[in-house]
Write a protein that binds this ligand. Structure first.
Ligand code: ADP
Length: 774
């Protein structure tokens, strides 16, 4: 219950990078707590002063009383100080202090200067009687003197250093109020020594070692309260942690790799084939100076997960670096250490995370890199990906080269259009198209459902999802090229079933037909895929009678709500002036309705639906071509004139107005839609089309045929009109999809119109044969 009263002289510190404060106090006197008045928010107590202040001024009395003791103490103190280097100003000052200060103050001051443990210091503070204090401090002084003698004897050469250690201490003599500080300081000192040891034993490059040793030298001289202290320490710790020479051993065996890839992923044959080729070359030729693979395709088609499988087959660590929205090159290359809050880039950070220098890095979404004032991150990536340069990649933060040549980079993107050309040039693009319905069903049953069951703690004995239900989810609740939404919906179903199972409702309660899939009505929803035991055989199983819970369409509606997408194609094509086009988006293919209407006016063309410039031009082209061919096709406006825009306004609309659309491939659709409007005939309800047009009526090839065809197939369309020169693209489409569809290869617009309308589109004069010269 004894404390020291002190006067706070100065408070310095900062909250960054971690809160660190230094309190400078002047000790005044000892006191004793008589009564604690309150503890919060800070303690308040009634105290009694123990060593009187007058004692210091009126020193003669005590000197007489303790004469001998204090004289002895003084001698030791002088002996100690004289062993130090008097040329250091602090030591000279201390020597003067010994003479000037009252003897009573000396034990306190000297105890704070010499090497003592906190325990010993506290004991001195606790010693209220002066005599006791002298007696306790003398052995400590003697110990220090002996220690110094020994040191001077054994380490003559390092004498100066030791003096400095002791000599520096007088400056801090008044800080002894804070008890933990010394401990912390000693700990930190030990830490720095440890850090140095780690640096020396780590396997970093010569250049890095040189830099680190220089930094640690600086660190030793730096006071801890300096913000730079923490910065330098963080830097050195990172340098030690980096895997300079640590790598995992590749265990590459093509046969095993094939099995892993096949087990993890259904379909995607082309991609798997290319990946295996890549790995085979790696096996034969043990270096990585090949192109960087870049998987391009809609979201949720398994690009990331193939990357993960590659790491698995190689037995390497896997790390994903998301690049979407990164617009600052320091994100890749780090900040210079001069900046506040500087840190290394994502590449170096990733290496630190995985702890080896040969991981698989998946650069996710390279197409979503952005540019900004902070520089172009793509340019920084170029250096990372270039095998000629990346053995000496220099992160701004590290400021020394790090060898990235052992890292296997794989990139993913949704589209190549927005990847900077220089970056694209370094990569080998592998297209990953969307899945067909059949593939999705297989993926769901082989991979997604088992995964979701495991995630939700369910077993196949508790829940059964027949294939027809999966098809229902795919067609009515999702519209996507990949399987991500499907995965989420399956997750929702599993959650709902988990509740039922956990509630144990099955025990006695009446079976709820909608949820449980029991009863007469349900049977008609079960197809041949559904296992019959789900209804009847379960009675023989030890499970409760309603298990497994069968998910039928009713259950689906209960869990997921009413269907989100309907097969709307034929409905919407029930009047003239509507046609179905096929569009390509980074999310996969889409079907797109084009609507047209006409009204009285003065020949204006209105376009709505957020169209880009190219699409607007297509619309003008289409109108011009139809106007010039109006007579040939007997197209008239409302008043029967062949001048289609005479007293007529036309409005063309592309629904889903919030999505910006651009690209030339809607040309044929616009022509068909307008032809339907002016002729008053309906476009066949099962036809979709794509193709660019020219003013002379030729149909030019377009891109993304595979995705577009898959979208049409998903939407249940049967006939697809594509440009003749796109015929080669059909080879990429799976045979069973091709079987379901009829393809019309059109070289000119007449062929398109003939195919789009039932019974062809009448042409007055005989067709001259077009031959594309483009
Ligand atoms: P992406 O990176 O292309 O956006 P992901 O790799 O994240 O897509 O895939 C989403 C999910 O779909 C993952 O859980 C993955 O396992 C699954 N998946 C996608 N394609 C397949 C496939 N062919 N076989 C098995 N699972 C697949």
């Amino acid at each position: 219950r004894i404390g020291t009263a002190a006067l706070a002289v100065q408070v310095v510190g900062s909250n960054w990078p971690k809160p660190h404060y230094t309190l400078l106090v002047t000790g005044l006197c000892r006191f004793q707590i008589l009564q604690l008045l309150k503890e919060k928010p800070y303690p308040v107590a009634e105290v009694q002063q123990l060593d009187r202040l007058e004692q210091f001024t009126n020193g003669h009395k005590s000197e007489e009383e303790l004469g001998e003791l204090s004289e002895q103490f003084y001698k030791y103190a002088v002996q100690l100080v004289e062993m130090l280097d008097m040329s250091v100003p602090a030591v000279a000052k201390l020597r003067r202090l010994l003479d000037n200060l009252p003897r009573e103050a000396l034990p306190d001051i000297l105890t704070s200067i010499i090497r003592t443990t906190n325990q010993e210091k506290l004991q001195i503070l606790d010693a209220v009687r002066l005599e006791e204090r002298f007696k306790m401090t003398i052995p400590l002084l003697v110990r220090q003197i002996e220690g110094l003698k020994l040191l001077q004897k054994t380490r003559k050469s390092k004498q100066d250093d030791d003096k400095r250690v002791v000599a520096i201490r007088p400056n801090r003599r008044i800080t002894h109020g804070s008890i933990t500080e010394d401990e912390e300081e000693e700990e930190d000192h030990d830490d720095v020594v440890m850090l140095e040891k780690k640096i020396r034993t780590s396997s970093m490059s010569e250049q890095a070692l040189k830099v680190c040793l220089k930094e640690i030298k600086r660190l030793k001289k730096m006071p801890q309260s300096m913000p730079e202290y923490a910065l330098t320490r963080n830097y050195l710790e990172l340098m030690v942690e980096l895997p300079w020479n640590k790598s995992t051993k590749d265990r590459l065996e093509i046969r095993a790799a094939r099995i892993v890839l096949d087990n993890d992923h259904y379909a995607m044959e082309k991609l798997k084939k290319r990946v295996l080729e890549y790995l085979a070359v790696r096996q034969l030729k043990n270096n990585l100076k090949g192109p960087i693979l870049c998987f391009v395709g809609p979201p949720g088609v398994g690009k990331t997960s193939v990357g993960r499988s590659i790491a698995k087959t190689l037995g390497r660590e896997f790390h994903r670096i998301a690049l979407g929205g990164v617009c600052d090159q320091s994100d890749i290359r780090g900040h210079r250490r001069t900046y506040v809050g500087s840190m290394p880039g994502r590449i170096i950070n990733g290496l630190k995370t995985v702890g080896v220098n040969n991981p698989v890095f998946l650069l996710d979404e390279v197409d979503k890199l952005a540019k900004s004032l902070q520089g172009d991150p793509a340019a920084a990536l170029l250096e990372v990906l270039d095998p000629e340069q990346n053995h000496s990649f220099t992160d701004h933060y590290l400021n020394v080269a790090f060898d990235l040549s052992q890292v296997l980079f794989i990139a993913t993107a949704n589209t190549t259009a927005t990847i900077p050309p220089a970056l694209l040039d370094r990569m080998e693009v592998i297209q990953v198209p969307g899945y067909t319905q059949e593939e999705k069903i297989e993926i769901a049953h082989r991979h997604l459902i088992p995964k979701q069951l495991e995630l939700h703690g369910l077993t196949p004995q508790q829940i059964q999802i027949p294939q027809v239900t999966t098809l229902g989810i795919i067609t009515r609740y999702t519209r996507e090229a990949g399987v991500r939404a499907l995965d989420r919906k399956l997750g929702a179903i599993c959650r709902a079933v988990a509740v039922k199972v956990a509630e144990g409702q099955h025990k006695e309660a009446k079976p709820d037909r909608a949820e449980v899939g029991e009863g007469e009505d349900c049977k008609e929803h079960i197809t041949e895929d559904a296992k019959p035991e789900s209804i009847s055989d379960t009675a023989d199983l030890p499970l409760p009678p309603e298990m497994p819970i069968l998910i039928d369409f009713h259950a689906l509606k209960d869990i997921l709500g009413p269907p989100m997408y309907d097969m709307e194609v034929s409905e919407r094509l029930s009047q003239p002036g509507v046609a179905v086009g096929l569009a390509w988006t980074p999310l996969g293919g889409e079907i797109m309705f084009v609507e047209a209407s006409r009204m009285d006016g003065d020949g204006q063309l209105t376009l709505t639906g957020q169209l880009g410039d190219i699409m607007k031009e297509s619309a003008h082209l289409a109108i011009s071509w139809l106007r010039s061919n109006a007579k040939r096709y007997r197209l008239t406006n409302a008043s029967g004139s062949f001048d289609l825009l005479d007293n007529t306004d036309i409005h063309l609309h592309f629904p889903a107005g919030a999505v910006t659309k651009d690209g030339p491939s809607a040309g044929v659709t616009i022509v068909t839609c307008l032809a339907s409007l002016f002729s008053g005939r309906l476009v066949c309800s099962d036809v979709a089309m794509t193709g660019e047009i020219t003013l002379r009526g030729l149909v030019l090839p377009v891109g993304g045929i595979k995705d577009k065809v898959l979208a049409a197939h998903r939407a249940g369309l049967k006939r697809i009109i594509i440009p003749q020169r796109n015929e080669k693209d059909l080879e990429e489409i799976a045979a069973h999809v091709r079987q379901d569809l009829t393809f019309v290869l059109a070289a000119c617009l007449d062929e398109v119109l003939n195919a789009a309308f039932d019974g062809g589109f009448a042409v007055k004069a005989s067709l001259e044969h077009f031959n594309s010269k483009l």
